[in-house]
Design a binder for this molecule. Structure first.
Ligand code: ATP
Length: 271
């Protein structure tokens, strides 16, 4: 990959917590307009790598850059200002917001910098709020959650909260979107819709996505290339079909039962 085409460059990043090495000299590159899948078994370091890429974890060694700018010393807010968006496993007190209000945060460019001010500023302009509501309704209808727009997230099914968070992240239009297990807790019938939302962000743009998920078939349907982690180390990287066929990947976590997966799923295939 030409350097000019690299959006995220994780270069020999090691992360340690005390005696525990959670990432060990990890390299990963994400190109402009690329969807990269990050796969690995439980505890292999996937979320930690996303945390490095979004400024939540500082490398103990090595460096991560976005468009050549080092993010190693930046706060999560500083990394967000570079156009990096992410999904959240736990949205904490924001569950008080309705699904519609939460999705609207995605339209506030500085939302990650200050959530409460973001919401207040949205509310301060009725016309802007009306336009935002219409935009959000369109996305909610498309994502099948329009019935929940006025319902506080804390009263919504888990799958609806997850979809709301993905929509919020996608409509923010980040340059790089980091998605941590977007399908966990989501009905299997909604997975193709989530894949479509993610493709919408990328298609025809230079935007990029890193997607972590235990559903390897889901990741394969989206990602042109993959990185596989085991115990904090990269055990395979490259085009999706090659990684899925990699002996170490199959042996480590896909399992022999899935060896035919590569034949069944073409990378980037619509499901
Ligand atoms: N802040 C932290 N402090 C201490 N240990 C941590 C921290 N963050 C992650 N770890 C440890 O790092 C290892 C990798 O965790 P991580 O969540 O990155 O794995 P994962 O591949 O995302 O796992 P899963 O698929 O179960 O979500 C685990 O042993 C975890 O306990």
């Amino acid at each position: 990959m030409q350097d000019s085409a690299v959006l995220l460059d994780v270069c020999d990043v090691t992360v340690r917590f005390g005696d525990l090495t959670v990432l060990d000299a990890v390299r990963m590159q994400v190109g402009l307009g690329e969807i990269v899948g990050l796969i690995g078994s439980n505890g292999s370091g996937k979320s930690s790598l996303l945390n490095v890429a979004s400024g939540y974890y500082q490398p103990s060694e090595g460096e991560a850059t976005i468009t050549g700018i080092s993010i190693s010393a930046l706060s999560p807010e500083g990394v967000a200002r570079l156009g990096v968006g992410r999904s959240f496993q736990n949205i904490g007190s924001l569950q008080e917001l309705t699904t519609g209000e939460y999705m609207m945060l995605g339209l506030e460019t500085d939302w990650a910098v200050g959530l409460a001010p973001a919401l207040l500023s949205l509310r301060s302009s009725r016309r802007a709020e009306q336009a935002a509501r219409e935009t959000v309704r369109g996305w909610a209808e498309r994502a099948g959650v329009a019935d929940y727009l006025g319902v506080p997230l804390k009263h919504c099914p888990y799958g609806v909260r997850k979809i709301a968070d993905i929509v919020r992240a996608v409509i923010a239009g980040p340059t790089l979107l980091l998605l941590d297990e977007p399908t966990s807790g989501v009905a299997s019938g909604d997975r193709a819709m989530i894949a479509d939302l993610i493709r919408t962000l990328v298609e025809g743009t230079n935007r990029s996505v890193v997607v972590v998920d235990h559903d390897v078939e889901f990741v394969s349907s989206l990602a042109g290339s993959m990185v596989a982690l085991a115990a904090g180390r990269v055990i395979a990287r490259g085009p999706t079909a090659e990684v899925l066929a990699d002996r170490a990947v199959v042996d480590t976590f896909i399992g022999h039962a899935s060896e035919g997966l590569v034949d069944q799923i073409a990378p980037g295939e619509q499901r």
